[in-house]
Design a binder for this molecule. Structure first.
Ligand SMILES: [Zn+2]
Length: 325
C-alpha cells in the first residue's frame, strides 16, 4: 500500500534541490533545478510548486498523498509568517512570503527554516548526529552557517529570526572583513569566499602562486575547489589558508564547547569536501587550546549526507508539521 509522504526543498543561490520522502527517510523522487532567482520571487514560487507536482508525478502518487512541504533558505527568516526577511544569495526574496505562496499553490502546510538549521535537522534524523543529544552543526559553503541542538531539539533562542550563527562569531577582531560588516568573523576565515579572497589578496601582495591558481585568477574562475586542489599539490598560500581555516574553526568550536559543556560537532556544506586540508590543523589546535575541554572526548564529525542533509532536514521539518509536533 502506498504511504503518505512529504517534500523537502533546499533553495540555494544557484540550485534548488527537492525530494519526495517517506516517513523512514526513503527518497521516492528527486529533482534539481537552477534557482534562477533573477526572474523574481513569484516566478521562483511558481517553479517550486511545479517541481513539487513533478516529484509526485515521478513517484506515480496523486497529490492527496502529500502531507506537507519543508523549505530551507539561507538568510534571516520569519518562520511564523512564512516570509524571507533577507537572503544574501537570493536578494529578490527579501520580504517575500514564499511559504504562504507555495502553501496556496499546493494546498498543504509549508514550513520555512534557515538552511543551516535544516542541515542540522537532516543530520539529526538520518546523519551523523542521530542519537546525539547536544551538538553544534556547521555548514561551510559560500558563507558559514551553524545550528545548535540541545536535548535532541533544534535550539531556537528567543526566536529573533536567527540562532546558532557560528559564522559570525568573531575569532580575530583584527581579521579580514566579513560580509556582515564586522571584522574577523569565522565566516571571513572558513568559507569558500574567504579562500578565494585570501588567494586574491596574496596575488595583490605579490606572493608567488602556483600556475593552477594564477590561471584560475586570470580567467576569473577561481573557486574553493581549485584552492583545495592547489593545496593538495603543495601551494604554500593555499595550504596556509586551509591551516587558518582549521585554526578558526577550532577556536570558535572550542569556545562554544567550553561555554556549553559539550564536546560534539558535525561539519557539512560544499567546502567540507576539503576536509583533508583543514581538519588536521583544526584537530591539532583543539588538542592544544588551553581550556577545560578534554581533547580526547572532543568529537568533530564530517557530514556523510553531503548536499542531501538540508533536503532531508527540510523533509523532517515537514513531517514535524504534518504530525503536529
Ligand atoms: Zn560576519
Amino acid at each position: 500500500m502506498k504511504e503518505k509522504c512529504v517534500i523537502g526543498i533546499d533553495i540555494g543561490g544557484t540550485h534548488m534541490r527537492s525530494a519526495l520522502v517517506d516517513r523512514k527517510g526513503t527518497v521516492l523522487a528527486f529533482r534539481k533545478a537552477h534557482s534562477e532567482s533573477r526572474q523574481g520571487p513569484d516566478s521562483l514560487a511558481h517553479r517550486l510548486a511545479q517541481q513539487c507536482l513533478a516529484l509526485l508525478a515521478d513517484a506515480g502518487l496523486p497529490s492527496h498523498f502529500l502531507c506537507a512541504v519543508g523549505l530551507g533558505v539561507a538568510g534571516k527568516l520569519d518562520p511564523a509568517s512564512g516570509s524571507v526577511i533577507f537572503s544574501p544569495n537570493l536578494p529578490s526574496l527579501a520580504g517575500f512570503p514564499l511559504a504562504v505562496k507555495l502553501q496556496d499553490a499546493l494546498q498543504v502546510p509549508v514550513v520555512l527554516e534557515n538552511d543551516a538549521n535544516v542541515f542540522g535537522l537532516g543530520e539529526a534524523w538520518l546523519g551523523n548526529a542521530r542519537n546525539l543529544p547536544h551538538w553544534i552543526g556547521v555548514t561551510l559553503g559560500t558563507g558559514v552557517g551553524g545550528c545548535f541542538f540541545a536535548h535532541g531539539r533544534l535550539w531556537e533562542g528567543d526566536r529573533l529570526g536567527f540562532s546558532g550563527e557560528i559564522g559570525h562569531v568573531i575569532v580575530d577582531p583584527e581579521g579580514p572583513e566579513c560580509a556582515c560588516g564586522q571584522k574577523g568573523c569565522l565566516e571571513a576565515h572558513a568559507s569558500a569566499t574567504a579562500l578565494v579572497k585570501g588567494i586574491d589578496l596574496a596575488r595583490k601582495e605579490g606572493r608567488a602562486l602556483s600556475p593552477l591558481l594564477n590561471e584560475a585568477l586570470h580567467a576569473g574562475k577561481l573557486t574553493a575547489r581549485i584552492v583545495h586542489q592547489a593545496a593538495v599539490q603543495g601551494d604554500p598560500t593555499a595550504r596556509g589558508l586551509f591551516s587558518r581555516m582549521g585554526w578558526a574553526l577550532a577556536l570558535a568550536l572550542s569556545n562554544l564547547f567550553t561555554f556549553l559543556g559539550i564536546s560534539t560537532a558535525v561539519i557539512g556544506g560544499g567546502v567540507a569536501a576539503s576536509w583533508d586540508q583543514f581538519a588536521p590543523p583544526m584537530e591539532n589546535y583543539i588538542r592544544r587550546v588551553p581550556s577545560m575541554l578534554d581533547p580526547h572526548r572532543t568529537r568533530i564529525h564530517r557530514s556523510e549526507l553531503g548536499d542531501m542533509a538540508a533536503v532531508f532536514g527540510a523533509a523532517s521539518l515537514a513531517w514535524q508539521r504534518a504530525e503536529g509536533r
